[in-house]
Design a protein around this ligand. Sequence first.
Ligand code: AHM
Ligand code: MG
Length: 332
Amino acid sequence: MSTNLITLNRWLLSDTHKNIEYKLELANLFSGIALACKVTNNAIKRAGFEQNFGLAGITNVHSEDVKKLDIVANDAWKNSLKATREVHCMVSEEEDSIIPVSENQNGRFVISFDPLDGSSNLDCNVSVGSIFGIWDKVSKDHQALNEDVLRKGRDMIACGYALYGSATMLVISLGYGVYGFTLDNTIGEFILTHVEMKIKSKGNIYSINEGNSVYWDKATSEYVNTIKSKENGNTPYSSRYIGSMVSDVHRTLLYGGIFMYPADSKSPNGKLRYLYEVAPLSFLMEQAGGKSSNGKSACLDIMPTSIHQRVPVFMGSHHDVTTLEKTHEKHS
Ligand code: AHM
Ligand code: MG
């Protein structure tokens, strides 16, 4: 048994990050993120015992039915983050507007989060996740402004996701590489298990809700048909779609290939939201050597104009996303 484990906190405080001027504040913020993930993980795993599966009986800002666990997770994230006193303001998928913090808790970080992504999968025990992005605040005083939260993904200082799967993982980037930590339940710590995660330059798995194919545009239809075909001696790609973005993107990161949620005639801007779904996962994908595009250009360069803005997204292995972009260009 190892007695010299690299915990998340130990890794954050290590010399690897000596050039980050706000290292202590960031480590403190991450202690809140880790706590939020552990509380969320625990709530999911105990839901069957505590009658916490099912709907809460309300709808959220996106007119989606809110699950009981969505509320638990959102509260866990807000409370854990606020308590670090490192937060300037927050944006949550579950809340209409910017979430301010009280003046005496005011910190430097702006954080966006989806406390429980893929929650339609909860009641059947399929893996779900949480996603977050972190920026430095813009405003000089306590007031939280739109300018603080309407930011390009490219300007994030850190981001990550938690995957509540067969093992619970926290996968993060501080802007130099992607690192994965696995929750050791016996000691309650996230332990470094995946160093400098890299995605294959070309994969053989595609991931998309094919039930929407009747709504797709020509470019998406042509691309998917091509990767499924045997033309030119190609081996057809395998299809894998869980319907939890974190799980689908985690598999894409580890096995290669492409994850897609395109714009279509039913969802003209796609389904996934920029600040707390697309931007953080795009940042991780680029940091792992992959690519993330809206079909034309890098998702990380999009400047959102509203906090719940949706964007189309295609992310994964560099070759696969580049081929997709070329198909879009042909049809533009
Ligand atoms: P949610 O945040 O309300 O759970 O919605 C986001 C989820 C993603 O995890 C997943 O990629 C997508 O919705 C699946 O959507 P669909 O059921 O349309 O395929
Ligand atoms: Mg979500």
